[in-house]
Design a protein around this ligand. Sequence first.
Ligand SMILES: [Zn+2]
Length: 506
Amino acid sequence: MAKKRSKRAAKKSAARSSGRKARAVSTERGAQPRGVINGWEDDPGAGAQPSGGQVLQRPVPVLRDQPFPTRIVNPSSAPEAKPHPPGTAEFRYWVAAEALRRGSDFWGALVPGTSWEVGAILPVDLDFGVDLNAFYDREGLKFFHASAAGRTVFSGESPDIVCHELGHALLDSFKPQLFDAASIEVGAFHESFGDMSAILSALQLSSVREGVLAETGGVLRRSSRLSRLAEQLGWAIRQSVPSAVESDCLRNAVNTFFYRDPDTLPTTAPATSLSSEAHSFSRVFTGAFFEGLAGMLATTASRDERALLQVSQDMGAILVQGIRAASVVPTFMSQVAASMLAVAAARFSAQGYEAPLRSGFVRHGILPPSMAVAATHASARIAALAATPSQSKTLPTLQLSVAEYGLGVPSIVVYAAAEPKRLQVAGAALAVGAAPSPGEDQAAKSFFEDLLRRGRLKIPGAGKGAAATLRAAAPQTHETHTHELRREGKHMVLRRVRIDCGLAHH
Ligand SMILES: [Zn+2]
């Protein structure tokens, strides 16, 4: 039985990559007598409500299959593969499994031959403890549960959150040097990629495509169930810290945030403004991406759900190739954006994607207008770079003086966003042209001080008391620091230990 299912899944992904999409999506709906499970389409919540998500039936997912196999390690055994009612642990298991398989299939077609940074199979823990949170570390994915206003919320029950976390692991598989980068903007881009993964993975469901086109009247740039991410977790956080999240979701990809050098932003801010916090700042890039995606759909003749499927897959390809070609520098978002424009111009010129993509990046200040035009002049060269990414898997290191913080060491080693700049671009200034780009040393220093202010740095040994910042709401059951100072040879080295996707500890 299992073998049969596995074969069917392989056939399905072959159909998808060869472009015969009608067959791949035709199994999503309809009352099949067996071989299906129940899942949520995108989130258990809807808008400002913690419930109201759409249940749909999907073929039984086979996690161990290529590409990007995953394994749910907690719970340790799979419940019976059949449609279970919402509100049960069995239902939650298959919701998560379905989202994992869908995300792996989507990205696997775009980065063939790549495996997880953690190894052959990505372990997934669906209930690691009590928190309104989810993690990616280099062991796997970890989800949590917590109570809010009398309701228990499981972060692993939201396909939005599952595909966001999977996005972190996926990006780490083909751009591993981002993980340790001492750069606020690079960290924020990782969060944006998680949200883009949730959006693009959701669009692989025909019922989501039909639903969002109906909800927006075919104008994708309007706020919708697609742009509203993690409605239920957003609701749960809103019960205790209303200003930390949007009024109807965790984050909304339809937004009007304009780029700022993150060094000039406050450490925390309400959800209505930008801060240097990774999730907050990520919304600039996600907003530009979503506008670009909507504009790409508007260039198609039919603008229907089949066109939306094609646009989502083309956007995924442009994103992956743009990221591969992008230099890791303090103004990383502008490098990715310019590379994406170059890829769109070189590989998708017939579709006319470049103009809507450029509009999104310019309107959100990821690129100044002059540089957005110049980026496409180098299109052939950048597209070639994207095809053969040969850059190192680690970043250059930098000695950072930290004597003033009382850590017990005069200096530390950090991995700096200091790759050679392939494209002379930067984020937009508020008035004319580009904002001044900080040097990699200044970017690293502000990244480090930002960590100290947030209390997210684990400091070993004697210096601990002096620089520790306490967080009133830190969970007691598990660690939530994102970085630590690790002794490696003669040096203390700043290393990331996890990507923490929660917003509840402000
Ligand atoms: Zn995240």
